[in-house]
Design a protein around this ligand. Sequence first.
Ligand code: KG4
Ligand code: ZN
Length: 345
Amino acid sequence: MLLKTTTKNLTNLKFLLTLALETSCDETGVAFVQSQSPTQHKIWVNLVSSQVKIHKKYGGVVPSLAARQHVKNLPVLLEECFKKMKKSKPGFKLEEISQIAYTQRPGLEIALLIGAHTARALGYIWGKPLAPVNHIKAHIWSVLLRKHNSQKIKFPAVCLVVSGGHTQLWLLQSFKKMKILGQTKDDAAGEAFDKVGRLLGLSYPGGPAIEKKAKKGNPQVFAFPRPMIDSGDYNFSFSGLKTAVLYTIRKLRTKNKKDIADLAASFQQAVIDVLVSKTLKAAQDFKARTVMLTGGVAANQSLRKTFQDKLKKGPLHLTCLLPPTAFSTDNAAMVGIAANIQKLA
Ligand code: KG4
Ligand code: ZN
């Protein structure tokens, strides 16, 4: 028998209440998101279970292990999510759910499949339509997880997405009309953080570990390249920078605590300089009224500060929108918001 999920028409509803699942990489997420319009969202519940501890000993994410963890975590998180929903919204009933959203791509294929299959099974049993969501768009709309950001967003907007797998600059003309201006030619910024973290002997994930070391270091000690900073387009490349760090480490032969801190700080500064400079160029070229910074690397406090200093306090005085630090990395609330915007915009 062919299992078919419903394709109910959701256009007549006053609001959408979406159950969202996130399983693209090493975080399992489940959330309930209610939206009345692209700028009106209420997060009822948002649960994330991180697998970092499990992957740490392998120095990176092991896809099959990630998938197994999602299988184990999803039912537990779903149960907890419903418990919390009933507590926050007394009398809550299954019938109130409008749709089931899940991260469709990009991400680790076998991890994505766990979310997709779970959503499909629930959709079939409960008679709910499915809302497949693009992971990058979910990161983009994660800025709306910060209260009041919805009211501040003005188009055209430029959004820098910096995650473990992607570094992209987007131009948003509206909630519906958006396109990629440029992206990395090789390693993503997060990937570069993770690889350089490994070169420095730091534990996975490299991003937070490098940020911690960099706080004690001097970013001017090592003059690392700023790849493609003057390329005149909106593309990036971080693999050469990673190689420059590798050669410097080899030259040093031994590295003491101070060297590691200085290497971390100098590398981090090189990445930040390129990211901020390219975003500034895109904002100027497209006369953006808002600039946004999203994705796991957006959890980096130095990047957040430089981004806001250069774009908000700089000559352009642009409105800067960032997700709360904790929701820069993968979560299901941003998947729910993106799913609802898809239907309401
Ligand atoms: O968006 P995300 O959670 O997952 C993907 O979609 O890939 O991003 C994860 C990436 C990892 O590469 C991680 O090292 C990086 O975000 N990251 C950071 C920080 N926190 C996470 N990079 C720099 N500084 C941080 N504080
Ligand atoms: Zn992500």
